[in-house]
Design a protein around this ligand. Structure first.
Ligand code: GLU
Length: 505
């Protein structure tokens, strides 16, 4: 790549289902690289395999990128000057390149029918169409020129396959892995153009990356074995000098480090591996997502940003802007990154703590509404949020942590109080209620010393009275600081809760 070339990267998913977190990380790293270098981030939908196309998957991808805050600069929805952005819409343009490769001796027509190939697989379970056997199969290399011409003229169904060199190597500089070399004789003769006229991924990816002037390719490590085919195609098509730079991102591994994290691991271990809920339109099966579980996009993106990348320090919390500023390819690790769900939860917890209340507030108001609490005073909700934030892992935890701020407790843990209850304690709380009336200031900094002084003059111990007080207000031994609860509930509500609870003890 020449140094003046504008940075243009692409995320190129196939619309086959929900997005696995590895896919979102690929999108994110592309985005970070583009933004870091002032370049363009492109979404290309790779839908040439019609048999795997799933309705709704493209919409899911768009929604997911938007949710993560990494919207593309160019996409099927928002096309730029390099369209179309769906491969199927480029169908007509691929054949000429496949034909060019045949004419130049880099590819050939293959007339083997699906049944013939199946037969081969039955004879040889490891069957590969390659230099080892291509001369004994039905293709333009094994047939005479006349026979080939006749078959083509008759319109006999055929594919076009790349003719991998029998010997030699393909070598390239991976931005993450350094020099990578492949023996070409180990790679099979991939189909480039299918019998239905559609290109396969291998041909389409090269033609499109060139047409869209892609400068750098960041994709998952699972594509590394395909790289020699792609590199040869760039060269065979005469575009070698325009070839983008390559980077194959390390895999995201299962928590125990044994192999790639799969959708099934999530089901087995009880955590999501998809970004958002995905409902399979055919089976109706629902695969759970991080979003619906209560992850903030800020936390999800932060967690993915450090899966296989670090800034060289111990810092773990990064906003997307921090990630853009600090992103550098040389800090992407070569080895796989283990996925740790507990750590993912920690990121969410940290982001709930650090995120601006104005961003969290509407989400928390929605949590209240879904629990039947409508028409809330937002200023009050914000105070409650500040009081319980520290205790939340998910936004939805807000209800569990704070419901007693919005409704009187439905049950009171009487058993925790009753056995040690005395008439002296009843008198203390009756007295407290009347003293509350004359208290001028109603805030935790006034309430705490006031309560403690009263306890001291009663001769009882602080714990003996503070725990029952808490239970009267919230129903059990939980919640934030009791004086903060007292402050927020307000004089009237506190008095009413004490009044209701006292007869129970
Ligand atoms: N369509 C491929 C996928 O589904 C893209 C691979 C690439 O980025 O080249 O992941």
């Amino acid at each position: 790549m020449s140094s003046q070339k504008k940075v243009r990267v692409r995320f190129a998913p196939s619309p086959t289902g929900g997005l696995h977190l590895g896919g979102v990380r690929t999108a994110l790293f592309n985005y970070l690289f583009a933004r870091h270098h002032g370049g363009d981030f492109i979404l290309r939908i790779e839908d040439t395999d019609q048999t795997r196309f799933v309705p709704g998957a493209e919409e899911y991808i768009n929604e997911c990128l938007n949710w993560c805050g990494i919207s593309p600069d160019e996409s099927p929805q928002n096309p730029g000057a390099y369209g179309p952005y769906r491969q199927s819409e480029r169908k007509a343009s691929y054949r000429q390149f496949a034909e060019q490769l045949v004419n130049d001796g880099y590819a050939y027509y293959a007339f083997d029918t699906a049944e013939e190939l199946d037969q081969q697989r039955q004879i040889q379970p490891n069957f590969r169409y390659s230099h080892e056997n291509r001369l004994s199969l039905r293709n333009s290399l094994s047939l005479s020129a006349e026979e080939t011409a006749r078959l083509l003229e008759e319109g006999v169904a055929h594919t076009i396959r790349i003719k991998m060199p029998e010997e030699g190597t393909v070598s390239f500089e991976d931005m993450i892995r350094g020099r990578v070399t492949f023996e070409t004789n180990l790679v099979d003769d991939k189909v480039l153009l299918k019998a239905d006229g559609m290109p396969t991924y291998h041909l389409a990816v090269v033609v499109d990356d060139r047409a869209m002037q892609i400068s750098h390719i960041f994709r998952g490590e699972e594509w590394l074995p395909s790289a020699p085919v792609h590199i040869l195609l760039w060269e065979y098509l005469g575009w070698g000098s325009e070839m983008p730079s390559w980077a194959h991102l390390p895999l995201i591994l299962k928590p125990d480090g044994n192999g790639k994290l799969s959708k099934r691991d999530g089901d087995r271990l009880g955590f999501p591996v998809y970004a958002m809920n995905w409902k399979d339109p055919k089976t109706g099966d629902l695969t759970k997502g991080f979003r619906e579980l209560g992850f903030l996009p800020e936390a999800f993106v932060n967690m993915l940003g450090v899966l296989g990348w670090n800034d060289g320090t111990d810092q773990e919390l990064f906003s997307i802007q921090d990630l853009i500023d600090k992103f550098s390819v040389d800090r992407i690790s070569k080895s796989g990154a283990k996925f740790d769900f507990e750590k993912a939860k920690w990121f969410n917890h940290e982001w709930i703590k650090r995120l601006d209340n104005s961003i969290l507030l509407p989400q928390v108001v929605a949590v209240l509404a879904s629990n039947g609490v409508n028409q809330v005073d937002e200023e009050y909700v914000e105070k409650v949020l500040v009081a319980v934030k520290e205790r939340m892992t998910y936004v939805s935890d807000f209800w569990e942590q704070s419901y007693f701020f919005f409704q009187a407790p439905v049950s009171i843990d009487v058993d925790a109080v009753k056995p040690k209850w005395t008439t002296e304690k009843t008198a203390f709380f009756e007295n407290l209620m009347s003293d509350f009336e004359s208290l001028e200031q109603w805030d935790s900094t006034t309430l705490e010393p006031f309560f403690k002084a009263k306890v001291a003059s009663s001769g009882m111990k602080i714990g003996e009275l503070m725990m029952p007080f808490r239970i009267m207000l919230v129903g059990g031994k939980f919640g934030p600081d009791v004086f903060l609860i007292t402050e927020l509930l307000g004089r009237e509500e506190v008095t009413s809760r004490i009044k209701k609870a006292l007869p129970l003890f």
